[in-house]
Design a protein around this ligand. Structure first.
Ligand code: ADP
Ligand code: GLC
Length: 471
């Protein structure tokens, strides 16, 4: 089967979070299963673009509102990612360094989607499934059905994967003229509460909808940033498929980002050597258990609770642990996390920003990974941490609930808590300290979690079954 994934991110081309990891891995595994999966994404000005060779595949143009845009589709020459990679170049809109965060993101991603659909409509080689990811590609199922120039694409089934329903890509109806000449009788398929809502539109128009864990699918019917009723109404077409991890990239035995490679056989020595690197770099005590947080510093991740939880843990538990934080996001949280460095010297440190190498070093060198998320559709960090023998401390929500079992349960290997509160986090840190006092238990848990198979193999197959049901 031939599948075209459309996404705003794809590792290693451009990544802001887990979406990039998933779109960089899933197609590779689908190809390994004997299918042809391809990826199309915007041509941002990232390192990958300059370090690789491309062929021009297609040139075209389209109108968006009152403006006319030319676009070019290029294809990476060597298939080095394990799938065909197509990039869409639109001068003036996509030729930027970062993926998101510009005031014209609505225009940027709407134009990207129009270019993809226009290219598809002219391509002599059409896929059997168009698989779109999150709201940045959410208008595509609508355009393939209801834009007059593209309606012949309506025979191709579409699948939407929701990685995060908090972000929906809302735009005012005054921008409806951006969408190429469409059947206005169908306006209801774009609308949600008097705005054009690309995510809601994709839920209404796609042939099937998936979310990245079963628990998140159930939660969305009660908590989906205003779309709860839609998910309740459309539940017949929605299924949960848990993400996997790319275990060729995330493997402590061969990871080139870490200084001392290790596997289950020498996990104790390997982790200690990795911890030493971190403790030397960040002035922390190697003899104390090291707790880390890696991620976007936003409300969903409960990053705002970290400063108080860290203070309380250090003060109430007499500094018997260290903390290291890597992340970027809300300026207020960044500021607090940065400032705390001066007050908790030797117990706490942080690196504000995005740093792929350091994230790998932290998964390898930490004893515990904190994920107090308020919302976590799947979460990859806890799975990466486990592959590197780092014990996850997670809130009982979404994909965290589906991937971590509390040590108090039979066969448990992590620490799970219920509420996104400072108290629950500090209590979990306390539980982790108690566990850390039992080195044999820690070593057993480390080897158990390193052996858990969270690879893409199972989930990649579940997507194929889903596509088959649409043929
Ligand atoms: P989300 O997609 O919601 O941010 P996930 O757990 O699915 O959360 O994936 C986050 C991914 O982004 C992981 O690969 C994690 O290591 C990475 N990541 C997040 N923040 C940073 C950062 N500041 N530096 C490096 N990697 C980061
Ligand atoms: C989103 C979610 C995260 C998930 C990732 C990949 O960014 O917030 O939980 O793991 O997408 O699906």
């Amino acid at each position: 089967m031939e599948i075209l994934h459309v996404s705003a991110e794809c590792y290693p081309v451009a990544k802001a979070g887990g979406l990039g990891d998933v779109v960089g891995a899933l197609p590779k595994y689908q190809n390994q299963l004997g299918h042809i999966a391809k990826v199309v994404m915007p041509m941002y000005r990232t390192k990958f673009l300059y370090e690789n060779d491309f062929d021009i595949t297609h040139k075209g143009s389209f109108a968006m509102g009152h403006y006319w845009f030319n676009y070019t589709i290029i294809k990476e020459k060597t298939n080095k990612l394990g799938f065909d990679l197509f990039l869409v170049d639109i001068n003036g809109l996509l030729d930027r360094e970062a993926v998101y965060g510009y005031s014209d993101d609505v225009e940027r991603f709407t134009a990207f989607q129009i270019a993809v659909v226009d290219w598809l409509s002219k391509w002599n080689h059409q896929p059997e499934i168009v698989h779109v990811h999150d709201h940045h590609t959410g208008l595509i199922p609508f355009m393939m059905k209801h834009c007059y120039a593209y309606q012949h694409l309506s025979v191709i089934p579409t699948v939407l994967t929701i990685h995060n329903a908090q972000y929906q890509g809302w735009m005012g109806w005054d921008k409806s003229n951006y969408i190429p000449d469409w059947n206005t009788w169908e306006w209801g398929k774009l609308d949600w509460e008097k705005n054009i809502n690309p995510l809601a539109s994709a839920v209404k128009c796609a042939s099937k909808v998936t979310t990245v864990s079963q628990s998140y699918l159930e939660e969305m019917r009660h908590n989906a940033n205003g779309l709860e009723n839609l998910f309740e109404y459309e539940r017949g077409k929605c299924i949960g498929i848990l993400n996997g991890i790319d275990d060729s990239v995330w493997d402590p035995a061969v990871d080139t980002y870490i200084e001392s490679n290790f596997s289950v056989e020498n996990v104790h020595e390997g982790k200690l050597a990795s911890k030493k690197v971190l403790c030397d770099l960040y002035n922390l005590d190697i003899d104390k258990p090291l707790f880390v947080f890696i991620g976007r510093l936003v409300h969903e991740k409960a990053a705002d609770l970290l400063p108080q939880a860290i203070y309380d843990s250090v003060y109430h538990m007499q500094g018997t642990m260290s903390f290291l934080i890597l992340g970027s996001g809300e300026p207020g949280v960044e500021w607090e996390l940065e400032n705390m460095k001066n007050q908790l010297v030797g117990y706490y440190n942080s690196k504000i920003g995005y740093n792929e190498k350091l994230s790998h070093q932290m998964y390898a060198g930490a004893d515990f990974l904190l994920m107090p998320s308020r919302v976590e559709p799947c979460g990859l960090n806890q799975m990466y941490a486990m592959r590197y023998g780092t014990i996850p401390i997670v809130r009982n929500t979404g994909g965290l609930r589906d991937t971590v079992i509390d040590v108090g349960e039979p066969g448990g290997y992590g620490i799970v808590f219920n509420d996104a509160t400072v108290w629950d986090i500090t209590y979990s840190v306390h539980r982790a300290l108690e566990l850390y006092k039992k080195p044999k238990r820690i070593n057993k848990i480390r080897t158990t979690i390193m052996k858990i198979d969270n690879s893409w193999e199972n989930s990649a197959d579940r997507y194929i079954n889903l596509y088959n049901s649409l043929q």
